[in-house]
Write a protein of this length. Structure first.
Lengths: 443, 443
């Protein structure tokens, strides 16, 4: 008796060398939390499975991985629009984040996880505050998460210890769905000694580091002019890149950084919607690809990106690259799907288990409805997934072998209750005293 | 007894000077095909209306206007990806369009209209072939459309006459929902004499002209070097701009064209998704705004844009502009909403009747669900409409006073039957003989 059979769907297969093809009319067999087999429909007997899902008209693909988010920021979305980055930080975000308590993070995380599950995102690398609240929400949602408690240099050693205790408490929790890491904010808010102390703690705990760096070119220029090193060089020197590392954004990465990133196999989380909105410049993704630097898709927080919609990011990435390079041929569809699946799993630190539907991998699978007018007729499933599919086309979501959304119905979270919390606390959360901020942006 | 009452919704109000605000808890009263009043909930007695729609949790806004589409091309979507424009035309689109018969246009138009109604698009300016089929589909769908039968210079006077007969037959049909115009393809596929002949016919019939021009900068450069005039100057000289005119794209419009466009109040249809995908350059929209040149949102055909999703175009437009100008402050949310509503109605040629919810205007209204996790909490309705809203959030659609979609159920079209046609004819439509094409792209 196996656990779960998904019958008669079309299965997206993305190869390690970034080709994409479709296995039509296939079944996916799941045993426990892993994929047992992907095989033509007709071979498996449905009566041998505890649960059977009819996949007709749907495409099965690996659950999407959000490699950089501040999920609970959904509570602030829409509050900071059409402003440059220093105003965004100093007059909006960092004053607003004064309002946060752990309960907000717990409910805000649930709200964002509900949005993400509905949109086919099964894993999220989250970087925020009061992370016990976030972990409890992940446990409840049934999602997979890689959680780090954000620390600033001004927080001192005490917060390094606190976030280290978070790592110890939650690493491997929820049947291994929760993993943790250290999360210093950025080289411009943590000095070298502080970063070294974070690295020491990460090595002691055997976990990686998730950090913002070289977010925009002027950060790199400032770093070069003030200290003669790029932010990436700084990170290498202080040891941040020694273990598994996620660097958020990297729009200010320059060619001299490439060998460093390649050598350490540092993953770059790419959150293009916010870059476009905030005019943060174009990430050198074609160079990253050429230098075998892993790229993962990310939503960033919902105050810059507004949504946690990875299908949208998947679509925007090639459009921004084609436009920037004046070349419609760059970053073709198969490469986009590779970045969205296997490469994002590399950035997330689980390339063997996630981002693919190979037998033996973890059963994080989404079923995407392809029967609606906006995807018909279906001349090309890969093209449709990249350029037509909406988050709302995700019909069923399986994480770690468990069905967490079935036919658009969320099975783990109470959306009414979650939204009630958000509505009830809206005014308190929107309060803003620009003289009180958790940090000052002056990179 | 009035006809329709929409109760207790939040109403988006966009002013003529491009400010956006929301009237909370309002009713919309509709009499016949026009808006009678917009007033606070509580004043109108529901029992005095033939039909009442509960608008709680929803935002009412003017139906979206797609100012440039080749709707039936949905039948080919996904067949031409990651290729430059000359390959796209010569090896894909123009060979594929050899396959088209009027029946395809009838069903393809229905398929696209189904997608558009579902996504809140109530009016479309369509430019294609076999337009009797398109008009019949519009009549059936209950949509509003401005239809033009595409002609090339190589088609000769005969097709000018044919498309003129189409204008005569359909102008004002379906209670005025259908309007028509002449639709010469472009100055690079119609020589000056041919354009003059089209203008003569348009004037004779008292209709406008919908044409592609200055689509990319190299078209303008080629025109300047071969004949010393920009495509816009050519259009002015031959008389195309004398009446109501829609110009599709205009990425190659240069400053010397601005006074011409301003003087004639020529509308520019902006289809940014395709420009990004096909690396067609950035439209000088900030200059257009400064010169009071009307801008309308458009989807173009679904082989370049993949979808007919005007919410997506609405979001991409400011993102592309902010990115291009390295300035997060340009094209703020209220201006985006102005372009999507009142300015698109100017381009469409019905600024007094469409693109607003003013009393006396035509009752083309969409209700957008704001209760889902990806739009909560609702700190800013304008921001949410631009940066969070998906086509699938549109819950109810009213066109010309008629409810054509209610709670996501399409009332006028049979989607099963439409998709069956598309699936059945998929292989025939995808057949491609690159030696047989309807035109050759060599602008």
């Amino acid at each position: 008796m196996s656990d779960l059979l998904i019958r008669n769907c079309d299965v997206l297969n993305v190869t390690i060398d970034a080709r994409a093809f479709v296995l039509f009319d296939h079944d996916i067999l799941i045993s426990g939390n892993r994929i047992e087999a992907v095989q033509p429909t007709g071979q498996a007997d449905p009566s041998h499975f505890r649960q059977v899902i009819d996949g007709r008209g749907q495409v099965a693909m690996p659950g999407l991985i959000n490699t950089h988010a501040h999920t609970p920021m959904v509570l602030f979305r829409g509050l900071a629009e059409d402003v440059p980055v220093h105003v965004w930080f100093n007059e909006y975000i960092w004053p607003l984040e004064n309002n946060l308590i752990e309960e907000d993070v717990y409910w805000g995380m649930q709200l964002g996880l509900a949005e993400m599950i509905r949109g086919g995102v099964t894993s999220v690398a989250d970087h925020y505050f009061h992370m016990d609240g976030a972990a409890k929400a992940v446990e409840k949602a049934g999602s997979r998460a890689l959680l780090g408690w954000c620390v600033f240099g001004s927080n001192g050693q005490e917060m390094i210890e606190r976030s280290g205790r978070f790592v110890q408490e939650w690493q491997g929790a929820a049947n291994g769905r929760i993993r943790t890491l250290m999360a210093p904010h950025a080289p411009y808010t943590c000095d070298d000694d502080y970063l070294r102390a974070v690295v020491k703690k990460a090595k002691e705990l055997g976990v990686g580091i998730h950090i913002h760096a070289a977010e925009e070119m002027f950060q790199t220029e400032n770093s070069l002019s003030s200290r003669g090193k790029t932010p990436i060089q700084v990170l290498e020197e202080v040891g941040v890149l020694d273990g598994m590392t996620i660097i958020a954004h990297g729009n200010g990465v320059i060619p001299q950084d490439y060998p460093i990133l390649t050598r350490h196999q540092v993953g770059i989380a790419h959150c293009v919607k916010g870059y476009l909105k905030m005019a943060a410049g174009t990430t050198p993704l074609l160079d990253f690809r050429q230098h075998q630097i892993p790229i993962g898709l990310g939503s960033d927080g919902a105050v810059s990106n507004n949504t946690l919609d990875i299908f949208e990011v998947m679509r925007l990435m090639p459009m921004a690259q084609k436009n920037h390079h004046h070349n419609a041929e760059v970053m073709p569809i198969a490469e986009v799907l590779y970045i969205a699946t296997r490469d994002s799993a590399r950035v997330y630190g689980q390339p063997d288990d996630l981002g693919n539907l190979d037998p033996g991998s973890l059963a994080d699978i989404i079923l995407v409805d392809m029967t609606q007018p906006h995807t018909q007729p279906l001349h090309s499933i890969p093209a449709t997934l990249v350029y037509n599919t909406r988050a709302s086309d995700v019909q069923t979501v399986i994480i770690d072998g468990q069905v967490v959304m079935k036919n658009h119905e969320l099975l783990t979270l109470d959306e009414g209750e979650i939204i009630s919390y958000a509505v009830e606390h809206k005014a308190r959360l929107a309060h803003r005293d620009t003289n009180k901020r958790i940090q000052t942006y002056a990179p």
